[in-house]
Design a protein around this ligand. Structure first.
Ligand code: HEC
Length: 145
């Protein structure tokens, strides 16, 4: 068993270490930023479960909010490559300043939620959570329907 895992691990590692043959192609660029956005979706859903009291994991709220902030920082970089596709429209790069300002606002809001959760738990964090719900307003402008 152990040996199988070691061999599999070797294959995965080899794939990870394989030198890129050429610059990332457009599909990779789009997939990569979608990987990051999916993480945002999962983390927002996790916060939803906590804030609706469906799970008793309020102690994790700050961690989820920090994960959102970190992933928004990654998203800002991931969208720098101007590749229209996935559901991202040309408007992203035509209105780059506005697009990044929206991401930065979400990043700041997520940091605020994390800080409030650490200081005062759910009661302190709840009023700040409105700042996290900017997803749809950005999607309405910058994604295909
Ligand atoms: C600054 C604008 C902006 C904000 C803010 C934003 N998104 Fe997005 N999001 C996008 C764009 C653009 C895409 C399309 C990416 C692509 O297809 O290349 C996207 C795609 C997605 C996807 C789809 C991934 C897939 O499966 O194709 C999810 C899920 C997602 N965002 C979740 C969120 C959540 C949750 C939030 C809020 C916490 C959020 N987004 C905030 C711009 C934004």
């Amino acid at each position: 068993m152990n040996r199988v895992y070691r061999v599999m691990g070797g294959v995965v590692l080899a794939a990870l270490l394989a030198a890129p043959a050429a610059a990332a192609d457009n599909k990779d660029i789009i997939d990569y930023r979608i990987n990051i956005m999916k993480t945002l979706g999962e983390q927002a859903a996790a916060i939803g479960k906590i804030s609706q009291g469906k799970v008793d994991n309020a102690d994790n709220l700050a961690l989820h909010a920090e994960t959102i902030a970190i992933n928004v920082a990654a998203a800002k970089k991931a969208f720098e490559a101007k590749v229209v596709g996935g559901t991202a429209t040309q408007a992203v790069w035509d209105n780059w300043g506005d697009f990044i300002t929206r991401f930065t606002a979400l990043e700041t809001a997520a940091k605020d939620v994390a800080a409030a959760a650490k200081a005062g738990g759910m009661d302190a964090a709840k009023p700040k959570m409105l700042g996290l719900f900017t997803c749809k307003s950005c999607h309405d402008v910058y994604r295909t329907k």
